[in-house]
Design a protein around this ligand. Structure first.
Ligand code: AKG
Ligand code: FE2
Length: 377
């Protein structure tokens, strides 16, 4: 299938390759990467106290032991029910959790990290054989850039559609390193299974039938984005990845071994760094789940920051409904105290809206919001 049509007359100006910048001019930060004061990772007050970035409650980020769900899968097993409750609480209070014992082969996780790193270390000319053109979201480069004025993220990415097959653009699948494509396939099959299972348990935790989401979502859309954040001499001035919520139902994030902390989630008004456990996967709720649960579960806003000394690699899978399906809040989540917050829409239209706007916190979800009348009327 043809890639997403290039938005005509899109003037994005020159987009520096961040990996090249770091390689050739390690101390230079072009103005286009320097964030306005209000958008920098650390805001300091006049007396120089940090307002945000605290890590005092990182220990509380929920951890879900997947084996307690998959291996005790009789619905009257206490271990199973206890973990199901943990999962439901994590989704409701955080929209984020880490999964351990997830059944994805650790060797496969290691291989995809190694091959991704090798890809990013290739000469620029090689990577530019797979260019992410302005207005598109597949290939190598930088996504979500729509104007010359827009600030750029301190990040390069390789993004590819995985499912359905016809969403793929085979020309954008790297031929080097040799085994990358094959490994992406294998990895994506495994992660897809994990997503299907997690959605089953998330459904059960909500009191729904275990195949409710599966039926609702149809043939799920799956995409992968490998993000590479080079070290940055002034991480306080740049943003690794702009604040956003994901336009997916679920997102699975693997942070490469040895990477510095970089992902931050907005929790109770504070940007909280995510310290990943070894071999764990970080899962977050996307906008779709927020809509269908009428806001009971919310997609958490998150961002990535750069590190002064170390490069960082993350491998991110987005699992979303079929473009064909119509979605809206389920009647189970609407009552007198919980009025319907979102309209019904076609998920393809939502995706299109999401990828044709720059990342701006939870703004994309406005697309689906029902405007509530001012209480004073
Ligand atoms: O690299 C990260 O930790 C964040 C990536 C992310 O949020 C995304 O790709 O949507
Ligand atoms: Fe994200």
């Amino acid at each position: 299938m043809a890639p997403v049509p290039i938005i005509s007359s899109l003037k994005v100006g020159h987009i520096d390759d961040v990996i090249e910048l770091r390689k050739t001019k390690p101390g230079t930060i072009p103005q286009r990467f320097v964030r306005d004061i209000t958008e920098r990772p650390t805001i300091t007050t006049p007396n120089n106290k940090s307002l945000i970035i605290t890590n005092h409650h990182h220990h509380h980020m929920p951890i879900i032991d997947f084996s307690k769900l998959s291996k005790h899968n009789t619905h009257d097993d206490e271990i199973f029910l206890h973990e199901l409750l943990n999962l439901a609480t994590a989704c409701e209070n955080w929209g984020f959790f880490q999964v351990v014992n997830h059944d994805i082969d650790l060797n496969l996780m290691e291989r995809i990290e190694k091959m991704s790193n090798e890809f990013f270390m290739l000469p620029l000319e090689e990577k530019q054989k797979y260019p992410m053109l302005p207005g598109t979201v597949q290939g190598y480069g930088q996504a979500f850039v729509f104007s010359e004025e827009q600030k750029l993220d301190w990040c390069n990415m390789l993004a590819l559609a995985i499912q359905p097959q016809h969403a793929r653009n085979p020309n954008l699948w790297p031929k080097k390193p040799e085994k990358l494509s094959e490994t992406l396939e294998e990895y994506s099959r495994e992660v897809r299974k994990l997503c299907e299972n997690l959605l089953k348990y998330i459904g059960l935790g909500l009191g729904l039938k275990e195949d409710e989401f599966k039926k609702m979502f149809g043939e799920a859309v799956q995409a992968i984005r490998v993000n590479y954040y080079p070290a940055c001499s002034r991480p306080d001035l740049v943003m690794g990845l702009s604040p956003h919520s994901d336009g997916s139902a679920l997102t699975v994030l693997q942070q490469a071994k040895g990477s510095p902390v970089g992902l931050q989630i907005l929790k109770d008004g504070l940007w909280m760094p995510v310290h990943t456990l070894p071999n764990a996967l970080v899962i977050n709720i996307g906008d779709t789940i927020e809509v269908v649960t009428n806001g009971k579960y919310k997609s958490a806003e998150h961002r990535a920051v750069a590190n002064e000394n170390k490069d960082r690699l993350s491998i991110v899978t987005f699992y979303a409904p079929s473009y064909e399906v119509e979605l809206g809040p389920m009647p189970e989540f609407i009552d007198e105290n919980h009025p319907c917050k979102f309209r019904r829409y076609n998920h393809g239209d939502y995706s299109k809206h999401y990828i044709t706007n720059r990342l701006q916190g939870k703004k994309a979800l406005e697309f689906a919001k029902i405007q509530t009348k001012n209480a004073s009327f």
